[in-house]
Structures are given as C-alpha cells and as structure tokens.
Design a protein around this ligand. Sequence first.
Ligand code: SF4
Ligand code: MG
Length: 333
Amino acid sequence: MAFELATSPVQYKPADYKTEAHNDWCPGCGDFGILSSVQLTLADMQIAPHRVVIFSGIGCSSKIPHFVNTYGIHTLHGRSLPFAVGAKLANPDLTVIAAGGDGDGLGIGVGHFVSAGRRNVDFTYILFNNGVYGLTKGQASPTLRFGVKTKSLPQPNINDGVNPLLLALAAGFTFIARGYSYDVKHLRELIRLGIEHKGSAYIDVLQPCPTYNDINTKDWYGGDDRKDPQTGKALPRVYKLNQNGYDPAIGPNTDDAEIQTKLGHFIEKAMEWGERVPVGVFLKNDTVPSYDLRIAERIKNYFDAAPARRTIADAEGKPMADLAGFFEELRVT
Ligand code: SF4
Ligand code: MG
C-alpha cells in the first residue's frame, strides 16, 4: 500500500496493517490472536504504518514483522531489544515494538531484557509465552515450570521456570502486563496501554502452542477440566485483575508505604498460577523518567538533533556533512 503522511486525514483500517506474506504458523496457534491484536491496536490508535517499527528475534512468533504492514526488522536470536532501543533513541518519532518468544527473549536474550528494562526507553515489548521452543520442536523454554512434561519432552522439565513478570519488575520495566492470546479484545487494550505508556512496557502474553505444549492449552486456560458442579460449565482459569479491585498505578503522589503495599500485591498476583491465572495491568509506574528525557538532561538539543531528525542533504541533495576535516584528522603522514 502507499503510505500516507501522518498529517493526512486518512483513516487507517485493520486491513492496512496486514501483509500478503504467507503465514506458516500451525492451525490454532495462539500467535494468530496476538498478531490480530497488534493490527487492531494500531488501527485503534490510528498510528500511520510508516511511523511504526517492529523488531523481532528468532522463533515462530518472531516472524510477526513479516505479517504487519509497518517497518519490520527480523533480527538475530535474542537481539530484538537492542535494536528496539537503538531505533527509538535514533528516531524518537517512531512507535517501537519488540516481539518474540519466551525462548528468544528470556533464554539467549535475557541479558538484553534486564538491560533494556533498567533504561526505561519508550518502547513496548510483547513476549509470546508458550513454555516451549516451538520452532525447534518443543524443547522446554525458560518459562516452563519445574516437573512439567509436555508431549514434546521425553522427561519432565528438570529446570524451574523463570517468572517473567517478577523479572520485568526487577529489571525496571515501568509498565508490566499479562494478556491471553485468545482474548483479543482485552489484549488489544493492553497493547494500547503499553504503547501509550511513556517508558519501557512489557506485555507477557499467554500463548498456547497446540503442537508441542499439551499442558497449557486453550482448554486448560479455559478451565475445561474444572466444571461447575451446579451448572456443568467450565470455570476458566484466566481472570482479569481489575475485576478484584487491583490497582497497578504508581504516580508522583503515591507515598512509600503505598508503593510497598502495591509491590506486595504485584508479587502476590505475579506468582498466582494453577487454579487461577490473572491477566491485566500489573504495574504502571509513572515516576521514572524515560531514557530520552535523561539524555536530554545531558544533551540539551537531543530532541532537535536526534540522528533521524537531522538534515542530511540540502535542497539539491548535496550532503550537509563536511567530512574533509574528519578525514584530515585520520591522515597518516
Ligand atoms: Fe505456534 Fe507452536 Fe506451531 Fe510454533 S510450533 S507455530 S508456537 S503452534
Ligand atoms: Mg516459546
């Protein structure tokens, strides 16, 4: 499609964020719900496609940039976040999204996860969390819990799983949420809130992999194995945090005692798993300056002179940079 200028009155439809690229995800994969949620959210927010860039690593879910009609970079295994950080700092006008699987982001990429969180760069990271390495035939990923034996494993998992929500908190992410890939209405709302948040947003998405994880399935999340004795209806495990009055907001007026109480609630809910699985916004901390503001404290003209905002050529197309002096410095005499 032809991209329109951001100032034009064009109305973007969800179809404008779709591509013709062949999608080879397995039928029933939770990835589809996350892909739809991203496309619908961008349309909800009317963000012009050329103002969005999606970075991914390697894995089934990391193919997502091929399917969203924005700028997209399918990078290296575990490396979506350094690319996302660099892009946002170079071009503050972009809406930057990083996406990928639990193996990609919390295995080989976990160092970048921690480094990115503590900087609070303004981007949104969507993690497709299915407990397995789907692309390489279902090995246990870093989020699979101890003792769980999926059909793809010869023996129960010998390692314990990392809790991504707790790790995100420890790393310094200032917006932390969890969604469920089969609840697109709720997930698109979470993604919108993550994009709107001024700082690093982490969205953990429970994403069933019907091909390799036969434990945490759509039926399991939907509570098919726990029927109400009265009605015979399934009692879903997934429930929304805000239905129970949970308040994720930390702002300038939240005092220390209240922050401690809220962090206690965060930890309690982040660790809830099994009979009940909470989704929603776990934390929205608006008290930490984003990284661009920290840079602007030191480099006063950063927002005017960010690399992508600099004029690089004159009206005739001649480069503005005069590199003669630079090369003179390098001259070997
Ligand atoms: Fe989805 Fe699993 Fe198939 Fe990968 S292997 S596309 S995660 S169902
Ligand atoms: Mg995975």
